[in-house]
Design a protein around this ligand. Structure first.
Ligand code: PMP
Length: 345
């Protein structure tokens, strides 16, 4: 790329293949579509829309629905084109060249990628060998590097581990840096998450998304929750009208009917336990998670067989070892996956 910034040399365009067939267990999406009742209500709203007008650039109705759901104020909410865009806005607003950003390792790769794009130096705080959270590594990385930003992910992608409230409190209290707590998968844990802390700590910002439990990956909608001063960071740098009207309408409809997803949470919890037990019985190295995916080590033979059967799972390398992140699909999809593992174990 002739015009690419010199300090980004070596980076390549980000691309994920668009899969439309086979069993798709590689992207942490919901295996189920949004509930029909929600789709119907959304369509009715869309019919009333004036397509010639720009959308409300403040997503007011959507923000009101979100803040009501969490007993917060409108000023505590920012909406973005997926939580990806919100992360990008936060890096853009907060980071200057050479700043340090402490991230968990392993964790969602975009944290370190955004750090690099915005000229920061990512500092990795390694997990324990069994992938549980290592608080000392995190606190030491913060103490030594005096970061401008810390990014935590709970439940963590790709390992599925959750951070305890005490650990998160200790991390936030140990630093002046902006601490981003990404709770993209929190609904699958069956727990409330740590939104309650945002009015207690002025350096905490929580990220959530409609892309996972809420089966809205296609509308690209994420939200940030924090005190107004941190929400203003996002509004200072985001592009105007970032969240289009269709997304605002669908987001509002989903959040107002989030009770319709309750049974799904139970399904994911039960299926997660069943998959964990089935894989353990087959002698697979698999780790307990709190998300809609499991973290495991599958042999090359199993990976090749899965691919042949068009069952798509994610492969990642950590410390030179290959691991797999496998989503919890529908019961039929899980059965197909387990069948191939069983035949090749
Ligand atoms: N955070 C985490 C931890 C994720 O895994 C993902 C999606 N893979 C995102 C954020 C981005 O989600 P979205 O942009 O769809 O809201």
């Amino acid at each position: 790329m002739k015009y690419l910034r010199k300090d980004l040399e070596g980076m390549v365009p980000y691309h994920v293949p668009y899969l439309t067939e086979g069993i798709i267990l590689n992207a942490n999406e919901s295996p189920y579509n949004a509930p029909q009742q929600i789709i119907d209500l959304f369509v009715e709203e869309v019919k009333k829309n004036n397509f010639n007008r720009y959308p409300d650039m403040d997503s007011t109705i959507l923000k009101d629905a979100i803040s009501k759901a969490y007993d917060l104020k409108r000023e505590n909410v920012a909406c973005g084109v997926g939580s990806d865009e919100l992360l990008q806005c936060l890096f853009n607003a907060v980071i200057s060249k050479g700043d340090k950003v402490v991230v968990m390792n392993p964790s969602f790769s975009m944290y370190a990628e955004y750090a690099k794009i915005y000229g920061a130096i990512p500092v990795m705080a390694d997990a324990n060998p069994d992938f549980t959270f290592n608080l000392d590594n995190m606190l030491n990385a913060i103490k030594k590097n005096k970061p401008r930003m810390v990014v935590l992910c709970s439940p963590n992608n790709p390992t599925g581990i959750m951070l305890s409230e005490e650990d998160v409190r200790e991390i936030i209290s140990s630093t002046d840096a902006l601490v981003i707590l990404d709770e993209a998968y929190i609904e699958f844990s069956g727990e409330q998450g740590l939104i309650k802390l945002i009015n207690e700590y002025d350096n905490l910002l929580i990220l959530r998304t409609f892309s996972k439990l809420y089966a809205g990956a296609s509308i690209r909608l994420g939200y940030a929750l924090s005190i107004k001063d941190n929400i203003d960071l996002i509004d200072t740098v985001r592009s105007p009208y970032n969240v289009n009207v269709l997304t605002q309408l669908m987001g509002k409809t989903i959040i107002e009917h989030k009770v319709l997803y309750k049974e799904r949470i139970q399904y994911f919890k039960d299926q997660r336990r069943a998959m964990y037990e089935a894989l353990t019985k087959l002698g697979i190295e698999v780790y307990p998670t709190k998300a809609n995916f499991l973290w495991m080590k599958l042999s090359d033979k199993i990976n090749e067989a899965l691919l042949r059967e068009k069952i798509y799972v994610r492969t990642m390398t950590f410390n030179g070892e290959k691991y797999n992140r496998v989503c919890i699909g529908t019961p039929d999809e899980v059965e197909e996956f387990l069948k191939v593992v069983r035949q090749n174990a």
